[in-house]
Write a protein that binds this ligand. Structure first.
Ligand code: SF4
Length: 372
């Protein structure tokens, strides 16, 4: 399995909760940055097993790219990376960029999966989130995408919002299920330190959601998604049969991938590499072919810890037989205790979290980590 990730670090507005790498003042250098992305693609073409199975455009906001920028990136991919005939090509899209001309162009390029950032079905919430769209833009956009032939659409939602009741969360979920989309990613809002949201909370302009209510919203989500035929194959990801994200699944299965663009991460099974998180520095250093990334060799324990962390988040669970060493008596006792609490089940060499266990996934993983 080989996956290619491209990070497009442009956004129209700064969403209050977001700590991804992006810029809202990119017009002066967008051409040179896209050229740098094309150069990095060409420079690193030998690093992945070919053909490519999945391509994922994330960001930032890939749907900001204009046709000539997209042509340059796609032509470079096709020149250097043979793609499998059934290659999954996902494009993250914000509702304000959806129109017929864009949709048809994206389709013509071979993009066969859209991931649309709706986030919530409340215009009031979209306002404090500083999103660039209204609820109706998202609804109309999805309808238009379906009319233009996109039959593999994922939507992103966020729950655990300040002031969001269980009923309001349910209304968002019901709205999604009516859309006829194939996939749902739903994340609990986290208040990251260097964000405007953190500032608003510290100034007491917004009250963070109650953690008990957030847990209830999560369990509600799992239950309602299942009722509508969506399988929870990762803690935050739900798909109809045959519509799991193949690209993201490869991360969770600890498979190699190549990350292109500022701040993008790569992993080859042993070495993790991350590109500089600064657009100007990235463009200049790629232009000079002067190291624009840092690397870290993962120790056996670090690889094991990551396998545990990622595996426990998925429906496939933690494959005990792939871990390099047996459990210590202390770890075994810990696993037995988690099983007694009904937080996990063990069968056929697999450890899988229960619904209750998923609420404690990070803590369970941390309890099984080994330190060098
Ligand atoms: S559009 Fe996406 S990447 Fe950009 S600021 Fe908003 S949440 Fe972050």
């Amino acid at each position: 399995m080989s996956g290619l990730y491209l990070h497009i670090p442009f956004c129209r507005k700064r969403c209050t909760y977001c700590d991804f790498h992006f810029s809202t003042t990119f017009e002066n250098y967008r051409t040179s940055l896209v050229q740098a992305i094309a150069s990095e693609l060409a420079l690193r073409a030998t690093e992945l097993d070919l053909p490519i199975q999945t391509i994922y455009f994330g960001g930032g906001t890939p749907s900001i790219l204009n046709f000539s920028e997209l042509d340059l990136i796609f032509n470079t991919i096709h020149a250097h990376y043979p793609t499998a005939p059934d290659c999954e090509i996902t494009f993250e899209v914000n509702p304000e960029d959806i129109n017929e001309a864009n949709l048809l162009y994206w389709k013509g390029l071979g993009i066969n999966r859209l991931s649309i950032g709706l986030q919530t079905f409340s215009d009031e919430d979209l306002l404090w989130m500083n999103r660039a769209h209204h609820v109706n833009d998202g609804l109309a956009g999805i309808q238009l995408a379906q009319q233009c032939g996109f039959d593999n659409i994922s939507v992103d939602l966020i729950y655990g919002l300040p002031g969001q009741s269980l009923a309001a969360w349910d209304a968002s979920l019901q709205a999604v299920f009516k859309l006829g989309v194939q996939h749902l990613s739903a994340y609990c809002l986290t208040i990251e330190p260097k964000t405007a949201l953190n500032h608003l909370v510290r100034q007491k302009k917004l009250q963070p959601a109650d953690e008990v209510l957030q847990s209830e919203q999560f369990l509600w989500l799992v239950q309602k998604a299942s009722m509508h035929g969506f399988e929870q194959y990762e803690i935050s990801n739900f798909g109809l049969a045959g519509f799991h994200s193949r690209h993201n699944s490869s991360y969770w299965k600890f498979q190699p991938y190549l990350g292109i663009g500022p701040s993008a991460h790569s992993f080859d099974g042993k070495v993790r590499r991350w590109n500089v998180r600064n657009n100007t520095q990235y463009t200049n250093q790629v232009g000079k072919n002067d190291k624009w990334f840092e690397t870290e060799h993962l120790s056996a324990n670090e690889r094991r810890n990551e396998q545990i962390l990622l595996g426990l988040r998925t429906i496939w669970g933690l494959d005990v037989s792939t871990l390099t060493t047996d459990w210590t008596p202390k770890e075994s006792a810990q696993i037995t205790e988690f099983a007694r609490l009904s937080w996990l089940t063990i069968s056929n060499e697999k450890i899988v979290l229960t619904e209750q266990g998923k609420l404690h996934a990070d803590g369970i993983a941390a309890a099984l980590f080994r330190v060098d």
